[in-house]
Write a protein that binds this ligand. Structure first.
Ligand code: BYC
Length: 327
């Protein structure tokens, strides 16, 4: 799926490098023709750096993203819902696995990526720095955050870097089940008792702003969109994806008799959705480590790394002899 390659000239952030103009022109022509780039193909250093940054952040988002819902496995209402939630959480970790493998094809080791996550050097999605306060929060995450992720991933699966595209295609298939599972939970709550309706509305109110942030800053403030779209890594801008989300999901929310906590949200005559400023200062704080759960998420991840170290070490020594425990 990924191709086997080890690249030793992984670029550093901020590094200025003049590419061979002939190779660069060939590379860009190939992208223009809609051809895919494989790990063994020549690529500009900045293309490699941007891909590592984005795929790595995506991988981190999957494994950290498993935590808010994961905390509800023991408290899920009923055995069937517990089983479904366990399967979903397991899928998210599997997506992390696929994405770390895709990022590794670009020359950064998994160990380095995980160290950068734990040290705070590497980001992950803003949304997972908020708590899942009630069961209804898990329903909203599985419906609307997975919906937002599908919009992003179906679009970028058509992108230029083949290992990322292949991973995204596979991830989207599984995410579509997550979305159905989440929708089913939201419908159950929205059509249940007044208390259940209240719970799901409160969860939606809590998650709306983080979901607005999920698609990234407005296009005019986005640092990377122009480069990523030129090289067809990103196939739509942050604002375009946010608009797609409004178009597909706001009518569904309203259909359930739920409301969106934004009095200015409306579709204009030109088909563009208008919405309130979702507090971009909060977004910046959260992605830079100062959200409600950043510290907790990273400390859980650190504990997982430390407590699982013996398994990784054992796997590195396949010939070591098994020693029978004394008791
Ligand atoms: N959160 O220039 P911009 C899932 C950062 S998991 C945090 O627009 P770009 C799931 C950005 O990194 C799926 N940071 O960036 C799992 C940059 O900072 P750096 C998660 C964000 O790359 C479990 C700066 O802001 N999906 O679905 O052009 C359970 C400037 O932004 C965010 C992905 O990871 C954010 N939301 O566009 C349930 C998708 N937005 O790196 C569900 C892959 C921006 O310069 N990533 N930043 O320090 C992408 O598609 C793009 O990277 C983004 C941002 C659209 C997110």
């Amino acid at each position: 799926m990924y191709g086997n390659i080890s690249v030793t000239d992984a670029p550093k952030a901020g590094e200025q490098y003049i590419e061979d103009p002939v190779k660069l022109a060939e590379f860009e022509a190939k992208i223009e023709r809609g051809e895919k780039i494989e790990p063994t193909d020549w690529m500009p250093r900045e293309y490699r750096r941007q891909l590592i940054r984005m795929i790595e952040q995506h991988a981190h988002s999957e494994i950290i993203g498993a935590l808010p819902e994961g905390t509800w496995i023991t408290r899920a209402p009923g055995f069937k819902r517990k089983m479904a939630l366990m399967a979903k959480v397991q899928d998210e970790i599997g997506h992390g696995q696929l994405l770390y493998s895709a990022a590794e094809t670009l020359g950064k080791s998994r160990e380095e990526m995980l160290n950068d996550l734990l040290s705070g050097k590497s980001k992950y999605s803003n949304v997972f720095n908020y708590p899942a306060e009630t069961w209804a929060d898990t329903a909203v995450i599985a419906w609307l955050i997975d919906a937002a992720a599908i919009i992003n991933q179906v679009t970028n699966a058509k992108g230029s870097y083949a290992p990322y595209s292949r991973a995204l295609e596979r991830i989207c298939t599984e995410e579509s089940f997550h979305l159905k599972y989440g929708y089913d939970n939201v419908v159950t709550l929205a059509t249940g008792t007044p208390k259940q309706r209240e719970m799901v509305q409160a969860a939606l109110n809590r998650w709306w702003k983080p979901i607005m942030h999920f698609f990234g800053p407005p296009d005019k403030a986005s640092q990377h969109t122009a480069t990523l779209m030129k090289w067809k890594v990103k196939m739509a801008s942050n604002d375009d994806m946010r608009q797609q989300f409004f178009e597909s999901y706001v009518p569904k929310i309203w259909e359930l008799g739920l409301t969106v906590p934004d009095p200015n949200l409306r579709k204009n005559d030109d088909g563009v959705w208008e919405y309130s400023d979702p507090d971009w200062d909060e977004f910046k704080r959260v992605i830079n480590g100062d959200g409600p759960c950043n510290k907790e998420r990273l400390s859980v991840r650190k504990w997982v790394e430390e407590s699982g170290a013996w398994v990784r070490n054992a796997l590195l020594k396949p010939d070591a002899r098994y020693v029978t425990p004394l008791s």
